[in-house]
Design a protein around this ligand. Structure first.
Ligand code: SF4
Length: 470
């Protein structure tokens, strides 16, 4: 199964200054969205120039490599693929060159109807060089441009033909920057302006703020933003009633200092904790977060209960996040290296343990065992997300349904599996009201099995083919 989560960034400097160093600085702010590979490309007035490869931003880029990436319109990407596909093939930005046409794009998401869309393009004579859905996206765009269409028309084609999640930035061979969000708006994308007259389009507002800019607003689902020497042009090409922003952005993925759809992520997580405490209070001595993703919710949970919080688990920051490590063996190895308990905080305590979610249950079981081995009297587990019962086909690192702990098990059975004294999940109602957006604005498919995809998708086929692409 393809497992992918990414961050994208685009910059356009109206004064003509090279943007690549700032693209990299922005990518540092998005590094939490993917640590396996990254890249940056710009248009230098003649051609697209850039660099991409496996590793974090600090490993792939240095001042001398950046000096070669000139141009006032540039994009960047951070990624983690957890697929068998060759890392080099999966790395973005993707560069398309054919005759006079060239562009580079980076996207966050998954084209859910990848198989049909590729076959459709092949039937029109398009030849593919790889197996990634990034190439499907690029070829869908190129097909229209090669026939003399505009980029706006090409994105309109994408909206018609491609289902799934794609928040995208793209720089053309004319030096224009585009930001595009799919019509359902699964993945976030926002834009703002930084001094010296530069436009930034980014997965998260934190990238704009750390570059010294101000968030203007989220890119609307189905909207295209073009930034060129003529200025900024915004066009809503498709407006649907049903939107589906991934609820996991608030629960886990996004940085707490980001704002998505007008909701601050940190404040949302605190509300999730409060809601959890109202639904599932626990008679405990201390509330302990699983760092870092459970911390903000733990504050809310403790505040609501009037109970102290403590850092009973210390994270080794130099090990990647468990949830986003590729491959089960690497994941298990990472867990062992990742958390260490603070005996003075944990010993003889009744603990409410707050984490964002329980996926397979194995990580949580290990954490509970760790706390008990350190002398905890009781461990009451409170995930700030409701039970995950269905896979994600929109670009998130999810295991198959068989690997998830929650489907076909009662809460009691899960509590037994993770060896907790009690387990109390967030409710879907608590989640939605904590986020503060309507149900019809959020994707909740991994909680409900109800996929807000526009085309009829063969989910079994999706599952069987996801592992073969990037
Ligand atoms: S299925 Fe779950 S993880 Fe995937 S986009 Fe929807 S809410 Fe997000």
């Amino acid at each position: 199964m393809l497992k992918e989560r990414c961050g994208v960034l685009g910059l356009y400097d109206f004064e003509g200054n090279t943007v690549s160093a700032r693209v990299c600085e922005g990518l540092y702010s998005l590094q939490h969205r993917g640590q396996e590979a990254c890249g940056a490309y710009s248009f230098n007035g003649r051609e697209l120039v850039g660099l991409k490869g496996p590793g974090m931003v600090s490993q792939v880029f240095d001042p001398s490599s950046l000096a070669n990436i000139t141009g006032n319109a540039g994009i960047g990407h951070v990624m983690y693929p957890t697929t068998s596909i060759d890392m080099v093939e999966s790395c973005q930005p993707f560069v398309f060159k054919s005759g006079e046409i060239q562009f580079t794009l980076a996207f966050n998401g998954t084209i859910s109807n990848f198989v049909e869309a590729r076959k459709n393009l092949e039937s029109k004579g398009v030849q593919f060089t790889g197996r990634t859905d990034t190439e499907v996206l690029a070829q869908q765009i190129a097909t229209r441009i090669e026939r003399g269409g505009t980029y706006f028309e090409a994105f309109e084609d994408c909206f018609k033909e491609l289902d799934g999640a794609y928040s995208m930035v793209l720089v053309t061979g004319q030096g224009d920057l585009y930001g595009v969000r799919d019509p359902v708006g699964f993945r976030p994308l926002c834009f703002g302006r930084i001094p010296e007259d530069t436009i930034v389009i980014a997965s998260e507002s934190v990238a704009i703020e750390t570059l010294g800019g101000e968030l203007e607003r989220d890119v609307h689902p189905g909207e295209v933003i073009r930034v060129s020497k003529d200025g900024v042009e915004k066009r809503r090409l498709l407006s649907l009633e049903r939107h589906a922003l991934c609820m996991f952005e608030y629960v886990y993925f996004a940085r707490p200092d980001s704002n998505i759809q007008g909701k601050n992520v940190y404040e949302t997580r605190v509300r999730l904790g409060r809601s959890l405490a109202r639904t599932h209070p626990a008679d405990v001595d201390i509330v302990i977060p699983v760092p870092d993703s459970g911390r903000s919710a733990a504050f809310g949970y403790a505040e609501e209960l009037g109970c102290p919080t403590g850092e009973g688990l210390i994270k080794n920051r130099y090990i990647g996040r468990t949830f986003i490590q590729p491959g089960q063996r690497t994941r298990e190895y990472s867990v062992k290296l990742k958390l260490n308990p603070v005996r003075q905080v944990v010993k003889d305590k009744k603990i409410a343990l707050i984490d964002d979610s329980i996926v397979r249950g194995t990580t949580m079981r290990r954490t509970v065992r760790l706390l008990k081995a350190t002398g905890a009297r009781e461990v009451h587990v409170r995930p700030s997300c409701p039970p995950l019962i269905s896979p994600c086909y929109m670009g998130i690192d999810f295991p198959t349904k068989e690997e998830l702990i929650a489907p076909n098990r009662t809460v009691g059975e899960i509590a037994n599996f993770i060896e907790a004294d009690s387990l109390g999940y967030q409710t879907i109602e608590g989640l939605v009201s904590s986020i503060g957006l309507g149900k019809c604005e959020l994707c909740l498919a991994c909680l409900t099995g109800d996929y807000p995809l526009r085309k009829k998708i063969d989910l079994e086929l999706m599952e069987s083919t996801l592992g073969d692409r990037g």
